[in-house]
Design a protein around this ligand. Structure first.
Ligand SMILES: [Zn+2]
Length: 120
């Protein structure tokens, strides 16, 4: 497989593990779920019950792996999902609001529609 030099760069991504997101395009368009993992290098996320892929696994008794077909979440491009704002309940792009000097975190993520904080 060809390696992409971009894969070694850790991108700034606006989606965090645990966010509620909606899939905006592709096979699972319209599906909503929780983000299970974020890959900041590849700019992909896995979303609960979205982009399900079937893995055909060979049994390996020494590693206690059963053979067969396992369904699990596949990677989705971050650009294809939007965070659902807890304030207005709509999928939204993410804005950033700096917090006063010295506070932690330094800034929070906000909804670009209604301005509500997306942090929990
Ligand atoms: Zn909102």
């Amino acid at each position: 497989m060809k390696t992409n030099p971009e894969d070694s760069i850790r991108h700034n991504v606006s989606i965090r593990k645990g966010d509620q997101v909606r899939v905006m395009t592709g096979r699972d368009k319209g599906k909503e779920g929780r983000v299970l993992s974020v890959d900041a290098y590849k700019r992909t996320v896995t979303v609960e019950h979205a982009a399900m892929i079937k893995r055909h696994t060979r049994p390996n008794p020494s590693k206690n792996i059963k053979g067969g077909i396992v369904e699990r979440e596949g990677a989705l491009a971050i650009s294809n999902v939007l965070v659902i704002c807890p304030g207005c309940g709509k999928p939204t792009r993410v804005g950033h609001k700096p917090l006063p000097e010295g506070s932690k975190p330094k800034r929070i993520r906000t909804c670009t529609r209604c301005g509500a904080s997306l942090e929990k």
